[in-house]
Design a protein around this ligand. Sequence first.
Ligand code: MN
Length: 732
Amino acid sequence: MPNPLARFIPHLVGEFPKQFMDLFEKVNIPAENEKEEIKRLLWEAYDFGLNSHEGQKRKSGEPYFNHCVAVAKLLASWKMDHSTIMGGLLHDSVEDTGVNLADIRERFGEDVTNLVDGVTKLGGIKFTSREEKQAGNFMKMLLSVAKDLRVIIIKFADRIHNMQTIEYLPRFKQHRIAVETRDVFVPLAHRLGMASVKFLLEDLVFKTLKPKEYKNIESKIKSSRREREKYIREVSDPLQKELNKLGIEAKIYGRVKSHSSIYGKMVKRDKSFDEIYDHLAIRLMVEKVEDCYLTLGIMHNQFTPVQERFKDFIASPKSNAYQSIHTTVIGPKGRMLEIQIRTHEMEETAEIGIAAHWHYKEKGSLSKGVDLHVKWLRELVDILQSESSDPREFMNLLKIDLFNDEIFVFTPKGDLVQLPTDATPIDFAFHVHTEVGIHCLGAKVNHKIVPLNTKLQNGDIIEIITSKTQKPSYGWLNFVVTSKARTHINKVLMKQQFEESVELGKELMKKTLRRLKMKDLLTEIESSFNKFGLNNTEQLLEAIGKGDLTVRKILLKIRPEDEPKLDKNEDQEEKRFFNFARSRTRGITLQGIDNLMVTFGKCCNPIPGDEMIGFVTRGRGITVHRSDCKSLPLLKKESDRLVPVDWDVEKNDLFNVRLKIVGQDRKGMLNDLTDCITKSDLNIVSVESKVKDAVATTYFIIQVKNLRQLERMIKKMTNTSGVDYIERSGQS
Ligand code: MN
């Protein structure tokens, strides 16, 4: 009597449902001591799957979970590892039930979860186009989305069972699925060397798309069976005898070609079923490679070979690793017979192709096993495109350690794009076209808008949104990874910086000339670039804008006779004052960080007490401007480079300000000015005055607490009779 608990805890009482045991008996157990653990794991997946599909039915009316078990059984028959079989049991759990990936991860770990996730993702990709190129791209997409070849193998098992039960679907759906199978899964199975999968799927497609023709061939194969078996015995019996004499153990069996290949030949050669001679074929399987050649010799001794139909795929395997000897001989009654000779191991590879590698791995003949990651895809995709490439190379791809340095993503049209790991939509955009990169405004990954610094994942579909007015920003350099993107961004930014410097230079030059009342020299200055080793006016303006060259320096060179007018002393005085004023502080801080590399904008010459803003220059630290500096509007175009900065001062520090007061000379003027200052409760540090042509110029260095105090005092001073204007040093 069965244990009543078996229904709930069969793994504890040792009584499992028959459906589970049917599956488990097919599972390849690599080592006897792993048997119980594998059984426990498979049971957990089985139990989990069964519960998650509870109540669901397939179109055929049977419980949905039967499909999952059928898929798992196919995987077991291909001797897949237990993780893959668990993946098969759970492959529809996320798609169709309330279960999510986190549940599966918690129960079954990363490996199984990744397989289920891969199959679920593949399910989301629909093949629609009829174009052959699209089918090829679709294949590549499947591979890259899969990440792990075992995902594809689960997908094959899934597709086989779905095709086997396709009759329950509406006709139009049958057609769509069959076409997809024919155009994508059959060629993929072929390329991956999974012959048995390929023939199975091919016949299922044939049956779905041409049901009448399929039935016709099926019945003819059945009715000719007895005759065929008799004929094959006529060949194999004497052959077996000869082989025994040499001590070669061989398994000989006649095989019928697939329905679809027989039909294909009938159509191609316009012949009836009976006229197709080579639907008879014999396969011999032996232990060792040498035995293959010995067997071939015996075969050719007994029957006359058809010379041009001999092929040695053992010496030169096909690109999908298929190995076998093919020959055609003239058999009894003058009928042509196709012969295949191979070892058992070759047979396994020929039937389940890549899937066989998980089996060999367990047997230990593949040292490192098949890698489960992505790198092989790049070469795999290449090799899939050329049949002629070296098959050993192909198989090596399945063994090498994968360095995770490549990803594959797709354009919205389905074209494959290869990028380095961590690539972002910007890298993708520049890969597609430089202009697309330069004008990249935003990006959609898998139809969702994402930040431009998003790291792309294998299989993502990327769409770039562009705008003609968009330009690269400095921020992009922080996350792009391709040199193509970096080079182009730098190029554009340099050009931008150049244009900015030119504009700034132009502004500075005009201002200085206005102040010196030398505007008429503008053209002369503009054409003086060669005196400074520059090639054109723009380069001259750029040098001024960058601060490499001053207008005064230029004037001194082209009009040395005007030197007094340039008032060199004033220049020197001013510089001395700036240094003196700035020396009173400990420097500049940027959001509390000090020791910055700082230069002061020559356009506004900020001094302590002024409100400032910093402009981040590449490689030269921060240029500090007064926040009311007239060149700031120019810089503001790149607002991401403007940063708030502060003088590093104590709260009660006093600041030095240098004032220049110009006015008509009169008696008592200096006294009146000094009064303004002292009455405003400000200290005078130094005073200097000179008179020329009845115009008095006075310089004060005064100490202020803040700008408000200064402004009040200047207002008062402006009202003093005779004063024409007051200027703060550096302000123009
Ligand atoms: Mn399924």
